[in-house]
Design a protein around this ligand. Structure first.
Ligand code: ZN
Length: 285
């Protein structure tokens, strides 16, 4: 099953790529809010499995919002691909990877224009993103996929000056400028994939390949992350989990490379779709 956030409303996306409004198709049983559906995710899945849907309507990616626009918690995971830990100059984590917040105000849909922080060094990080569909606390790794509503694509845009400033790194702030957490275009349920643990992902900058990897190379898989995070705190319905980025970020290149005004960044995850960010200079203020 594929869902999306179209012009502020929850829709199902058919195999033909058409959008069916959920509130209308369910005669009001499920509301229009794309975030609220995660509170009733299993009932929604049950309804959807047998629902007879009206014809959908075509839409363009520019009309889409984030599949989970107002999560209560947004987790992001660092150093979760071996080659990216290497390029970053860190050891590969063994028991728990670094985990940090991306603040909710940075979340957007899949096609956006992003203001570059002045004097910054803004970098790309394509990531698989999981959305939680059921409260998860002390969940075993073997059961963890049952707590995931679906998967989407994300960019963990990162301004490295802010991220690495100060006596200890500021991951949360450096990765939470406005527009720095685009997600989408759709949410895809785990059962839709032949293997949800091994998806190709990558990104291009102005058409040039920057990152290319597979989620099968994650040091901590989606179920492992749900198990380890939920051992500490509850993951709540609609929470968002950025799972880490493969090698090829600007920070790890020689010479290092940063996003410039006018650049176009296209990020893609297999079976989900693509994000498209265009960058512009933000005036000093
Ligand atoms: Zn990241």
């Amino acid at each position: 099953m594929r869902t999306a956030h179209l012009s502020g409303r929850l829709v199902l996306v058919t195999d033909e790529g058409l959008a069916v409004d959920v509130e209308q198709a369910s005669d009001g049983r499920f509301g229009p809010d794309p975030q609220d559906v995660y509170e009733v995710w299993s009932a929604f899945r049950g309804w959807q499995a047998t629902a007879v849907l009206p014809p959908g309507r075509p839409f363009s990616p520019e009309e889409l919002g984030a599949p989970a626009p107002r999560p209560r918690q947004v987790f992001a995971v660092g150093l979760n691909y071996r080659a990216h830990a290497d390029e970053s100059g860190y050891e590969v984590p063994s028991t728990l990877p670094p985990v940090f917040p991306k603040y909710v105000s940075s979340i957007t849909g899949p096609v956006t224009e992003v203001d570059l922080p002045p004097d910054g060094r803004t970098d790309w990080e394509v990531e698989l993103v999981a959305v939680i569909g059921r409260r998860a606390h002390h969940v075993a790794e073997d059961d963890a996929w049952l707590y995931v509503a679906g998967l989407t694509a994300g960019q963990d845009l990162s301004e490295r000056e802010t991220q690495l400033a100060g006596p200890a790194p500021q991951f949360g702030l450096g990765k939470s400028f406005p527009g720095f957490s685009p997600t989408g275009p759709v949410l895809v349920t785990p059962d839709t994939f032949a293997d949800p643990d091994d998806l190709a992902l990558g990104c291009t900058l102005n058409g040039e390949e920057m990152q290319k990897g597979r989620t099968g190379d994650l040091v901590f898989s989606v179920p492992a992350l749900v198990a380890r995070l939920s051992a500490v705190l509850p993951l709540l319905p609609g929470d968002v989990l950025f799972t880490g980025t493969p090698a090829g970020v600007g920070l790890g290149r020689t010479p290092q490379r940063w996003i410039s005004p006018g650049d176009v960044l296209v990020s893609e995850v297999e079976g989900i779709g693509e994000l498209r960010q265009t960058f512009r200079a933000r005036p000093h203020r």
